[in-house]
Ligand binder design. Structure first.
Ligand SMILES: *Cc1c(COP(=O)(O)O)cnc(C)c1O
Length: 452
């Protein structure tokens, strides 16, 4: 290590508390400190190169250090870095809203900005709650979520979260939610059975308690943080129809799935589902700056639209709501989607990746390969026949990711599921190299005991 990298590592250890990280483990390991990025590569302070195999936690679209995106920010910077959206407007926030409405599922005509997926979820929950209140409907105050759901880490988002490891300890702080199963074909005896369990659970809940329920929140088509679970076809549209029939709003959390990741601009597009509220974040700025948004239908918006004295205003906002730098880069990113035909490209790349990974299913510890577009999860199991999972203390996912890093690719596991979510612009050659590393890492850890 050079003097500089030693100094940075020491300061990092002394002062930075990292998210989702046991600092005791982290501080005893060699820290990866990124200095710059170029295309889909990231470079650490010692000049080592890594493929960004998880799009810097599912954000990056066009690669790093993209001249067009850099330019959009510097152009905006010479005008103004920030001015508020509270009771006034700015140019990029208006232009981006218009653009988002044009590409969003039908009916979503209003854009409410925030700065993280979690805040976008808070806004959707509060909007759904107040939507009923504003119309004089009382009692529709609770939410339906799905098993193993992840909607962010603020308290409201955690209340509709259902991953025990992350959420259970906070239970006394949270509002209760109804939970229905998310279809898990691998562990529930096939897609048809899993889907039926979800739909019958939802149906029963709606038939008996719809008058207590404001909205259902769902990660459409792909449930991300639970391990890249892919819904059987038709499930989402059926859920949407049930919600509509029973007068319960549908909130689509497209924070992970939005902006091309699943091979459609939004996951809802796969089944032509039009939610009442839709949350977007992550890829919205191409992975550049923290901008999120909650899109609403006119019907939702109109329930708040009244004389001030009626007290129907939505009292919610954040200091950086509608940040001009973020909106400017998001706008340019969306232009690049069109200029570069990104979404069409994802479909082609996804089938290449599928072909490349197919043979991995024959390995003795690969239980399931789940994929939608360029979101891939590979579930490792101790026993393939009984589907017995690895014990969490074996850290099989962490070890596999560490091995991948040693081989030159970054990713972050979800328990025993290895995640592969490359930037959407990755070329076939790059995908080829990354999937080779993935396979190599899985084999060396699960078959050759690497890092045990
Ligand atoms: C990442 C994620 C969030 C939270 O977004 P943040 O920007 O990290 O707050 C919410 N929902 C889903 C589905 C996500 O994947």
């Amino acid at each position: 290590m050079t003097l500089r990298s030693e100094r940075l590592a020491a300061m990092n250890k002394a002062h930075v508390w990292h998210p989702f990280t046991q600092m005791k483990d982290y501080n005893s390991s060699d820290p990866l400190i990124i200095e710059r990025g170029e295309g889909i590569m990231l470079y650490d302070i010692q000049g080592r190169a890594y493929y960004d195999g998880f799009s810097s936690v599912w954000l990056n679209v066009h690669g790093h250090n993209v001249p067009e995106l850099n330019q959009a920010i510097t152009d905006q910077l010479t005008r103004v870095a920030h001015s508020t959206l509270l009771g006034m407007a700015n140019v990029p926030a208006i232009e981006l809203a218009e653009k988002l409405v044009r590409i969003a599922p039908e009916g979503l005509h209003k854009v409410f900005y925030s700065d993280a997926g979690a805040t976008g979820v808070e806004i959707a929950l509060k909007m759904a709650f107040q939507y009923w209140h504003n119309q004089g409907v009382r009692g529709k105050t609770s939410f339906i979520t799905m098993k193993q759901a992840y909607h962010g880490d603020t308290i409201g988002a955690v209340s509709v979260g259902a991953i025990p490891l992350y959420h259970e300890i906070f239970r006394p702080m949270l509002f209760p939610s109804h939970v229905i199963p998310y279809p898990n074909a691998y562990r529930q005896g096939g897609a048809a059975v899993a889907m039926e369990e979800t739909l019958s659970g939802l149906r029963l809940l709606l038939e008996t308690r719809a008058d207590e329920i404001a909205a259902l929140i769902v990660e459409p088509i792909v449930q991300g943080a639970s391990g890249i679970m892919v819904m059987p076809p038709g499930c989402l549209s059926e859920m949407a129809a049930l919600c509509r029939k029973h007068g319960v709003l549908l909130i689509a959390d497209e924070v992970a799935t939005g902006f091309g990741r699943t091979g459609a601009m939004f996951a809802c597009d796969h089944e032509e589902v039009s939610p009442d509220l839709m949350v977007i974040g992550k890829g919205l700025t191409g992975g550049y700056l923290p901008v999120a948004a909650t899109l609403a239908t006119d019907q939702v918006y109109n329930a708040f639209y009244a004389d001030y004295e009626e007290q129907k205003t939505f009292f919610h906002g954040h200091s950086y709501t509608g940040n001009p730098l973020g909106c400017a880069v998001a706008l340019r990113s969306l232009e690049l989607f069109e200029e570069r035909n990104i979404v069409e490209g994802v479909k082609v790349k996804a089938s290449f990746v599928e072909q490349k990974l197919k043979s991995l299913i024959d390995r003795p510890h690969v239980g399931d390969i789940r994929q939608k577009g360029l979101m891939v999860g590979i579930e490792l199991v101790r026993d393939k026949v009984s589907r017995e999972p690895y014990d969490w203390t074996e850290r099989i996912g962490v070890r596999t990711s560490l091995r991948a890093r040693e081989l030159g690719m970054l990713t972050r596991p979800l328990g025993n599921v290895i995640v592969f979510i490359p930037p959407l612009v990755s070329t076939e050659a790059e995908l080829d190299a990354m999937t080779d590393i993935l396979a190599d890492a899985i084999i060396s850890v699960t078959e050759n005991g690497w890092g045990a």
